[in-house]
Design a protein around this ligand. Structure first.
Ligand code: TTP
Ligand code: MG
Length: 364
């Protein structure tokens, strides 16, 4: 018999807003909107379900949220508090398994195939986790249990808030056949319209489309959906340890001296670093420059930015600063290394953008 993996996906409900409600129970049952003030250029980062009922949602400008829900209680995000709560949630996950892949502050995949509780049933483990989060933090979360990450994520979203959805290998075919297309990952409003215009509304409709047609008409999205509707996802739950930093280094053909010469060598290394980051779908905030000298001594210099570094030009600028801080003077350099840490999944960097915008609004 095939031994299937057991993956749990946990997603806290209306996370920032729920933290505010837990810290101030008077807010319970009220339309809570997390954003800067309605008269600022801020955007909503999340809203309680009561506020969502008025049509308020993440990403909406605060003034528009106010128009839709004038009685809404607008609260400026307290990121450090959310990080604190997130750490407490992760301590609970750790009681179950060390194979945890955090996806932002309120979401994680946990591989419980082998787990610290010695319990076989992933459903039981999911229920225990949900109860423990509720008992310890007084917070609700939604849980998906399945045999791969993709289905576990779809499942956690299936019955929000406070839901638990289990999709076993036995029922997954039926589950995915009946699943509306927008529930598959990566299908936004625009893409959905395109599929709909081809008469494709749910998983079953796409099962009939062969791979070459899927990619011909829908590109990368069609390729991904081809496997998604079949429930195929072999990606592993990646712990932070495995992706802490991405780097590359180059031993030069001959030693070089001076800032200008060093800068001339940067382009290739930066391109290589960007290539690796792209393959791993990561952005990053900390850049480290390592220089090794002819006498094999070395220096490292790092800089962490508030905003993630994405382009060649961004990285180049920071490199130049690090080089100037390295006091290389007349030293002969034999190796240059660059590494990126404080990595962020590209898919989550959008959230980071929203946070950055909020900070920007607050400090300006
Ligand atoms: P989500 O899990 O996407 O949203 P949520 O927890 O608020 O609501 P639910 O899961 O019940 O649908 O995001 C988690 C937190 O990340 C959210 O509370 C606020 C933040 N966030 C942003 O700052 N900007 C965004 O655009 C999104 C989607 C989330
Ligand atoms: Mg959430």
């Amino acid at each position: 018999m095939v031994q299937h993996r057991k993956i749990i996906h946990v997603d806290l409900d209306f996370f920032f807003a729920q933290v505010e409600v837990v810290d101030n129970p008077d807010l319970k049952g009220k339309p809570v909107i997390i954003s800067g003030p309605p008269n600022s250029r801020s955007v909503v980062s999340t809203a309680s379900y009561e506020a969502r009922a008025f049509g308020v949602h993440a990403g909406m400008p605060a003034f528009m949220a106010y128009e839709k829900c004038p009685e809404g209680i607008f609260i400026i995000p307290r990121m450090s508090r959310y990080v604190q709560v997130s750490k407490q949630i992760h301590l609970i996950f750790k009681k179950y398994s060390d194979i945890i892949e955090p996806m932002g502050l309120d979401e994680a995949y946990i591989d419980v195939t082998i787990n610290k509780k010695g319990i076989k049933s992933a459903t039981q483990l999911g229920q225990m986790m949900q109860n423990e989060i509720y008992n310890v933090l007084n917070m609700t979360c939604s849980i998906g249990v399945s045999y791969n990450k993709m289905i576990a994520k779809i499942a956690s979203d299936f019955n929000k808030p406070a839901g638990i959805t289990v999709v076993t290998p036995k029922v997954s075919e039926q589950f995915l056949r009946e699943l509306p297309l927008n529930k598959f990952s990566g299908i936004g409003k625009k893409t959905l319209e395109k599929y709909n215009s081809f008469g494709i509304y749910k998983g079953d409709d796409f099962l009939k489309v062969p791979l070459d047609r899927a990619t011909h008409y829908f590109g990368r999205s069609g390729y991904n959906l081809f496997y998604a509707v079949r429930g195929i996802d072999n990606s592993h739950v990646k712990t932070l340890r495995t992706t802490k930093s991405i780097g590359c280094e180059r031993t030069l053909e001959c030693n070089i001296t001076g800032v200008d010469e060093l800068i001339n060598h940067l382009d290739k290394i930066i391109s290589e670093l960007l290539g690796r980051l792209k393959r791993k779908k990561k952005n990053f905030k900390t850049l480290t420059l390592k220089l090794k000298y002819a006498d094999f001594s070395q220096t490292t210099r790092s800089k962490t930015l508030k905003v993630s570094l994405k382009t060649h030009q961004d990285i180049f600028k920071v490199c130049r600063e690090l080089i100037i801080n390295s006091n290389i003077e007349k030293k002969e350099i034999r190796l240059i290394g660059l590494s990126a840490s404080a990595l962020i999944n590209k898919s989550e960097d959008g959230n980071a953008l929203v946070f950055q915008q909020i900070y920007f609004d607050l400090v300006n």
